[in-house]
Design a protein around this ligand. Structure first.
Ligand code: BDR
Ligand code: CA
Length: 308
């Protein structure tokens, strides 16, 4: 039986590839897609999600999330993802409509209607997930797990202490990490090892299909920021890790820890405080620390070969 998931995302190049991977994998069933503001404004991330879902032939319903974090002004990342939030491939206008429901309403409906516990896969700021738990605490029991991209055990990428998704809405992240629901945290510890090299991009392009070409063109743009600012020798493909862990956790290594979120520190706001020793509370999170990069790339390649 495939794992029923709700994808909550801010596409975003790596969010788009996470959607592609989830859609193309028989291990996953996408019940709904909700959008968050982060990589770009909510108008742009919602349009991008609809474009990607239309292009890959997904019929998952898609609903717009909150336009700003719970208590803060929005931070966006055009330097990483471009003015559209998904610069690079020229995607056609979407055929998938936007749901008349809000992200919280659509997620609540999907949870209520599911006869199996659902896994949430947030790959952006955690605003919608926190709002869902605040509005419908009774639906937490329908959530099996949260497999998210965000945070890190050591250091940030947007500030020295904070990873972007957590920094955008630390209060929401605090609510989610303290929800009592098991969390898998695919943070920078693993995603900075989930590198896609230029050779991998050419491997995807050589598949020669519409969707593989789109992913290669997304990588062509995404790599520019990482080559200009880091010396990884590739682009970290953050968000697909949260999907790949669900498909095959044996690709990854993780450690249990108590994780909480710093909401007030002058220099540390948005940091995930990862306590492997459990000194500050019960171990509530599987912190993903490493992966077999070749098997991760093979998984993406296999997914692209299943699409047209
Ligand atoms: C995260 O920030 C966003 O720019 C990416 O889509 C990813 O979710 C990495 O820090
Ligand atoms: Ca993202």
């Amino acid at each position: 039986m495939p794992i029923p998931v709700i994808m909550d995302c801010d596409p975003g190049h790596d969010d788009a590839i996470a959607l592609v991977l989830a859609h193309a994998s028989p291990e996953i069933e996408i019940l709904a897609v909700t959008t968050s503001a982060g990589n770009q404004t909510i108008e742009k991330t919602t349009l991008n999600a609809r474009k990607v879902l239309s292009f890959i032939g997904s019929d998952a319903p898609v609903a717009r999330g909150a336009s700003k974090p719970l208590f803060r002004e929005l931070i966006i990342a055009p330097e990483v993802h471009g003015e559209s939030g998904l610069d690079g491939p020229a995607l056609p206008e979407p055929t998938r409509p936007e749901s008349p429901l809000s992200a919280v309403e659509l997620a609540a409906k999907a949870l209520r209607e599911s006869d199996r516990p659902v896994t949430l896969v947030p790959t952006g700021a955690l605003t919608n997930v926190a709002a869902l738990f605040l509005a419908h605490p009774e639906l937490k029991s329908k959530v099996e797990r949260i497999s998210l991209m965000g945070g890190s055990a050591i250091g940030g990428n947007w500030t020295p202490a904070a990873e972007f998704n957590i920094l955008v809405d630390p209060e929401a992240a605090h609510i989610v990490f303290n929800s009592g629901i098991p969390v898998t945290m695919c943070g920078l510890d693993v995603t900075h090892k989930a590198l896609v090299t230029r050779a991998d991009t050419e491997r995807f392009r050589s598949i020669g299909k519409r969707c593989s070409t789109m992913v290669a063109e997304l990588m062509d743009f995404f790599v520019k920021f990482h080559e200009a600012n880091f010396s990884f020798g590739g682009s970290p493909l953050h968000d697909p890790c949260a999907v790949a862990w669900l498909i095959d956790p044996t690709v990854f290594e993780s450690r249990e820890a108590h994780v909480d979120v710093e909401c007030r520190g002058r220099l540390t706001v948005g940091a995930t405080v990862v306590d492997f020793d459990g000194r500050t509370g019960e171990r509530n999170v599987d912190v993903v620390m490493g992966l077999d990069r070749e098997r991760f790339i093979d998984m993406l390649d296999g997914a692209l070969r299943r699409l047209d």
